[in-house]
Ligand binder design. Structure first.
Ligand code: 56B
Length: 310
């Protein structure tokens, strides 16, 4: 995706607080390659829980990835908890998350469905607002069906990304760095990646240009890259993260962390290619995200930014 790659490259070339250690990166890729770390776990969690109905699976992913952000402020509730809660709703009553039903849903019903034990879950009112907004867009432009958004993209990931980031406010994940627009598009790209992975590139999951997606700049992948010294932070930034001091959305720190994560994954992909292992950026992402998840209690803390984008 040239918007994301090109704008993140500019940030990486001009970063003051974050540096990519290319030697460390090469060393890591060789280690991962030898230990087959790039054979990431296939994500087939969806089918076994949603009976393989592809429309229901993409509806589930649209809801999930409209809400898939900022879990860190709340202990004992992570991505997996949200994924399971939404899946349970779909198993009990798939109509509940159709756009028409969401527009009739009260905030209390929403909170009870997805965050029953956390009435004050971080950004919970934002999550409800984003879901209602997305439902209004589906009703207004896509006859209330997310599957019509996918069909409008005609098997192009680039087209689907463009529709998601132009029609849905919640997916407009970009920032301004030294006056320039910098694109990340984390949740819209992860939504496309999830549709592709869950449907194994078939049917509604068939994209002729899936390789245009970049990694999904969240807070877990930079965390593992920092732990492995692939991403090096200046002392001030490293101390803020070590002391779990919040970093503002849109700050140079935050943008440089996210943009250098995007570029580091591109460089990792190139190193794998030199070893004869062709991977898409999303496959490198999944490998790193799973590593970060597994090690999350034993590695340096991740950066803490309150955001609806990741
Ligand atoms: N870069 C990247 N970020 C990802 C994911 C996922 C999970 N997705 C896969 C898993 C199964 C499905 O097949 C999905 O493909 C969640 N996140 C982000 O992490 C953060 C959540 O972390 P914690 O607080 O520990 O739950 C939060 O920002 C969330 O948005 C990914 O894959 N890549």
């Amino acid at each position: 995706m040239s918007l994301v790659r090109n704008s993140c490259q500019f940030v990486s070339d001009n970063s003051k607080h974050v540096k990519i250690n290319k030697e460390e990166l090469q060393k890591q890729v060789n280690e991962w390659y030898i230990n087959n770390k790039h054979k990431y776990k296939e994500f087939d969690e969806y089918e076994c829980h949603l009976g393989g109905d592809e429309e229901q699976i993409v509806d589930f992913l649209f809801i999930l990835d409209s809400l898939n952000f900022c879990f860190w402020p709340q202990k004992d509730y992570e991505y997996e908890n949200l994924s399971s809660a939404i899946k349970e709703c779909f198993q009990k009553c798939p109509q509940q998350f159709k756009a028409e039903s969401i527009l009739k849903m009260t905030f209390e019903e929403f909170q009870q469905l997805l965050f029953p034990n956390f009435p004050n879950f971080p950004l919970i009112t934002e999550r409800f607002r984003l879901l209602q907004h997305a439902s209004e867009v589906l009703m207004t432009f896509f006859e209330g069906e997310f599957v019509n958004v996918i069909k409008a993209a005609k098997n192009s990931a680039a087209k689907l990304l463009n529709i998601l980031t132009t029609q849905f406010l919640g997916f407009q994940d970009h920032a301004i760095y030294q006056g320039r627009q910098t694109f990340f598009y984390k949740r819209s790209q992860i939504l496309i990646g999830d549709i592709y992975a869950a449907l194994k590139g078939q049917g509604l999951g068939k994209f002729n240009d899936i390789e245009i997606l970049t990694m999904f700049p969240d807070y877990r992948v930079p965390q593992i890259l920092n732990q492995l010294n692939v991403l090096q932070y200046d002392e001030e930034l490293q101390n803020m993260i070590k002391n779990e001091i919040e970093i503002n959305h849109g700050s140079e720190y935050e943008i440089e962390i996210r943009a250098n994560s995007v570029i580091a994954v591109e460089l990792i992909k190139e190193e794998f290619k030199k070893l004869g292992q062709k991977l898409n950026s999303i496959e490198v992402d999944w490998m790193l995200w799973q590593m970060g998840e597994e090690l999350r209690f034993d590695i340096v803390p991740h950066h803490r930014t309150l955001s609806i984008y990741y």
